[in-house]
Design a protein around this ligand. Structure first.
Ligand SMILES: Cc1cc2nc3c(=O)[nH]c(=O)nc-3n(C[C@H](O)[C@H](O)[C@H](O)COP(=O)(O)OP(=O)(O)OC[C@H]3O[C@@H](n4cnc5c(N)ncnc54)[C@H](O)[C@@H]3O)c2cc1C
Length: 602
C-alpha cells in the first residue's frame, strides 16, 4: 500500500474511494536497549581509560565503540591545563542517600486499584523519576543528594488509568509528575524540597504504541510514552519517517517532545515539533482536552493545543498525539565543508538559509569543537595516518587554513534523488563563494554519528574532575557572531574572577538555521579538583552566561525549555501581562497544581 501511495499510481482511486486505511503496526520493537539509571545512555556503553592509557567507548553499539582514541587524553590535558589521568578519579557515590518514600499503605492500595501491580517504591527507581540530565542533577545523584524525589512511580497502561490517577490525585491531594524518557535538561523533573503532598511519578513507559498509521493522509497516532528510536524504527518498516530527530531520540518520548517544545536536527525538511503535531489528547483535572478530528490546519480563535506545546509537565498529562509522517527519503547523503573561520562559515550558513535548496540538516562547529572531533578520531593504521597527514598538509599549506581558526559544517541531504543532487550542487557552489572546501561525505557522516557517542563523555569526565553542560539559545543572524564572542568572554572572565583551576572550555555550535536567525549551542566545561561545591559554581557561571545571552539579544531557550533552571529569567523575556496569562492558563486547567510542580508555568 505504502509503495502504491508513494508511486502515486492509484491516487485517484484512493481519493475517490474516500476511506482512510489506517493500520496498527503492532507493538514497539524489543531492541534490548536498557538505559542506565546513574548516567546517560545504554547499559552496554561507557567511556573508560584502558590499560594502554587510551580512552575507549566500551561496547559495540556506535561506530566509535571499541576503538582506541589515543589523541583524546593528551588533548583534554592540554586544553584544560589539568592533569587528567586514570589514577586520579572522583568516584561516583551513586546512589547517594535517597529520601524514603512517604507513600502510605492506603495510598499504595488506591494506586494498585488503578494500575494493578504496575507501580514501584524501589528507591533507585523513584530517584530516577526525580531528575533529568543537567549537570546539577547528575552531580547531586553522584556526590550530593536530592532533597525530595517521587514517593512512588506508577506505570499506567491506558488513558482510562491516567484519568483515574488524576481523579485520585485531586481527591486525595497528591502531586502527579509526568515522566517520559527522563532526558529533560531544565530541571522540570526536580521535586521541590518543600512539597508536602505525596508525589506520584506517572511514567508513560507502558503507553508506548503507535496506535495507527494512516498512510494516505500521512499521519500516525502515537501514544505519549513511545520512545523516539522505536517510533523511527517502526515507521521506517512501513516506508515512513517522522523526520523529528532530537539528539536524545534514543531515549526521549513523544509526550516529552511536546511538553518541552522540542526541536530535531532535520527540522529544515520536516519541521520542529510544533510543525508536525496535528492533535493531542491531554488528561487534566478539568477533564480531557481533545478534539473532534485531526485536520491539516484550523482557525479556532484560541487553540489550547498551542499552549500545551512547552507546558513542561504542568496542566495535564499528554496521553497520545497525532503526528504528521513523511515518506522515507529516497536518498540520504552526508556532507562536510571546512571554512577558514567562523565568520565565513556563518556567512555561508546565512546565504543557505535564504535559499530554496536547504538540506535537512546543516550544523556548524567552531574551531574548538572541530578540535574535539579530531581528538576523538580512532587510532589510524599506517595508510590512514598517511592520508590524514596529507589531508592536513593540503588544508593548511595549500588552502592556507589555520588549524586554530578553521570551522566545519556538517550536512544531511534527504529527499528525492534529483532534489538531493540539486541541494548538493547548490551547497557546493555557495561554499566555494565563501572560501569553503569539501571535507568529504564520510566526515559529515562521522560528525552526525559522533553526536550519540559524545553524549556519554559528560558522565565519564565528571569522574575525572571535569564538570560540563550544554546550554542553547536562538538569536537573529546579525547578532550571532557578537553573541558567541560575548558568551565566550563572559564565561572566561567569570572563571578567572573565581580563580578556578585549569583553563575553562567554552565552545559554540550552530545547530539550526532559520531565515531569521540560528540556534546556538554552547558547551562549557571546567576542571573542578579542589573547588568547593563545583556544581553550584558551575551554575553561577552558567547563569552569568545566560545573562550575557539575554543582553546580547538571544532567547531564554530555543528548545531546552525553562523549567526550574531558567525560571528566574522569565520576567526578562515576558511582559507582566504575558506572565499573568501564563499563570492563568495553568490555573484554568489545574487549579490545585496537581500536575507537575512549581515550574515556569506557575
Ligand atoms: C544528550 C541530550 C541530547 C538532547 N538533544 C535534544 C535535541 O536535539 N532537541 C531537543 O529538543 N531536546 C534535546 N534534549 C532535551 C530533551 O531530550 C528533550 O527536552 C526531550 O523532549 C524530553 O523528552 P523526555 O521524553 O525525555 O521527557 P522527560 O525528560 O521525561 O520530561 C521532560 C518534561 O516533559 C514532561 N512530560 C514528559 N512526558 C509527558 C507527558 N506524557 N505529558 C505531560 N508532560 C510530560 C515532564 O514532566 C517534564 O517536565 C537533549 C537532552 C540530552 C540529555
Amino acid at each position: 500500500l505504502t509503495k502504491r501511495i508513494h508511486s502515486g499510481q492509484s491516487a485517484h482511486q484512493l481519493l475517490v474511494g474516500g476511506t482512510a486505511q489506517r493500520f496498527d503496526p503492532g507493538p514497539p520493537p524489543d531492541d534490548g536497549g536498557e538505559p542506565r539509571l546513574d548516567v546517560w545512555g545504554f547499559k552496554d556503553s561507557r567511556f573508560v581509560i584502558n590499560p594502554a592509557n587510551n580512552v575507549v567507548l566500551e561496547g559495540s553499539r556506535y561506530p566509535l565503540s571499541g576503538k582506541e582514541l589515543p589523541a583524546f587524553l593528551p588533548w583534554v590535558r592540554s586544553t584544560f591545563q589539568a592533569d587528567i589521568n586514570a589514577q586520579d578519579t572522583h568516584p561516583s557515590q551513586y546512589p547517594t542517600n535517597i529520601p524514603p518514600s512517604r507513600a502510605s499503605e492506603d495510598l499504595l492500595q488506591a494506586l494498585r486499584g488503578i494500575v494493578g501491580e504496575h507501580l514501584t517504591v524501589e528507591p533507585e527507581q523513584r530517584l530516577r523519576r526525580g531528575h533529568g540530565q543537567t549537570q546539577a542533577e547528575m552531580y547531586a545523584i553522584k556526590y550530593g543528594r536530592l532533597e525530595r524525589v517521587p514517593d512512588v512511580v506508577v506505570f499506567p497502561g491506558c488513558e482510562e488509568e491516567v484519568v483515574a490517577l488524576v481523579k485520585l490525585a485531586e481527591a486525595c491531594s497528591l502531586r502527579l509528575q509526568p515522566y517520559g524518557g527522563g532526558t529533560s535538561v531544565n530541571e522540570a523533573l526536580l521535586c521541590p524540597a518543600d512539597e508536602a503532598r505525596p508525589i506520584v511519578a506517572v511514567d508513560l513507559a507502558r503507553m508506548n504504541h503507535i496506535r495507527w498509521i494512516d498512510p494516505i493522509n500521512h499521519m500516525a497516532c502515537i501514544q505519549a510514552g513511545a520512545i523516539g528510536r522505536h517510533v523511527a524504527a517502526q515507521l521506517d518498516q512501513h516506508g515512513f519517517t517522522l523526520g523529528h530527530e532530537p539528539d536524545s531520540i534514543e531515549f526521549s518520548t513523544v509526550g516529552g517532545w511536546i511538553a518541552t517544545h522540542a526541536s530535531g536536527m532535520k527540522k529544515n525538511r520536516y519541521g520542529n515539533i510544533e510543525d508536525i503535531v496535528l492533535d493531542m489528547r491531554v488528561v487534566t483535572p478539568m477533564g480531557i482536552l481533545s478534539h473532534s478530528t485531526p485536520l491539516p490546519r484550523e482557525s479556532l480563535g484560541g487553540d489550547v493545543r498551542t499552549w500545551l506545546l512547552g507546558s513542561e509537565g504542568t496542566c495535564g498529562i499528554i496521553t497520545e498525539a497525532i503526528i504528521k509522517i513523511f515518506p522515507a527519503p529516497e536518498s540520504q547523503v552526508y556532507g562536510s565543508i571546512l571554512f577558514p573561520d567562523l565568520s565565513r562559515g556563518l556567512a555561508f550558513m546565512y546565504e543557505l538559509s535564504q535559499s530554496a535548496h536547504i538540506p535537512a540538516s546543516a550544523r556548524m562547529v567552531d574551531n574548538l569543537q572541530l578540535q574535539i572531533n579530531f581528538a576523538i578520531k580512532p587510532k589510524a593504521n599506517r595508510w590512514g595516518a598517511l592520508k590524514s597527514a596529507l589531508e592536513k598538509k593540503f588544508v593548511t599549506r595549500i588552502k592556507g587554513f589555520s588549524t586554530d581558526k578553521m570551522v566545519a559544517c556538517t550536512l544531511v541531504f534527504e529527499g528525492k534523488r534529483a532534489e538531493v543532487k540539486a541541494q548538493e550542487k547548490h551547497v557546493n557552489s555557495l561554499a566555494k563563494r565563501h572560501g569553503g572546501m569539501s571535507g568529504g561525505a564520510s566526515n559529515g557522516r562521522r560528525g552526525y554519528m559522533l553526536t550519540y557517542g559524545i553524549a556519554y563523555i559528560r558522565d565519564w569526565i565528571l569522574n575525572h574532575w571535569l564538570i560540563a553542560e550544554s546550554f542553547e539559545t536562538s538569536v537573529a543572524w546579525t547578532d550571532t557572531l557578537a553573541l558567541i564572542d560575548r558568551v565566550r568572554k563572559r564565561v572566561a572572565d567569570e572563571h578567572a574572577a573565581r580563580k578556578l583551576p585549569g583553563r575553562p572550555f567554552v565552545t559554540a555550535r550552530v545547530t539550526q538555521i532559520y531565515a531569521t536567525g540560528v540556534c546556538v549551542y554552547f558547551y562549557f566545561a571546567m576542571y573542578y579538583k579542589g573547588v568547593a561545591n563545583p556544581s553550584a559554581v558551575y551554575h553561577e557561571i552558567e547563569n552569568a552566561a545566560r545573562d550575557e545571552i539575554l543582553k546580547a539579544g538571544g532567547s531564554l531557550s530555543h528548545h531546552h525549555g525553562v523549567g526550574r533552571l531558567r525560571g528566574e529569567f522569565l520576567p526578562r523575556t515576558m511582559s507582566e501581562a504575558a506572565l499573568h496569562w501564563r499563570a492563568g492558563a495553568r490555573a484554568a486547567l489545574d487549579p490545585r497544581g496537581t500536575i507537575g510542580g512549581q515550574t515556569s508555568a506557575s
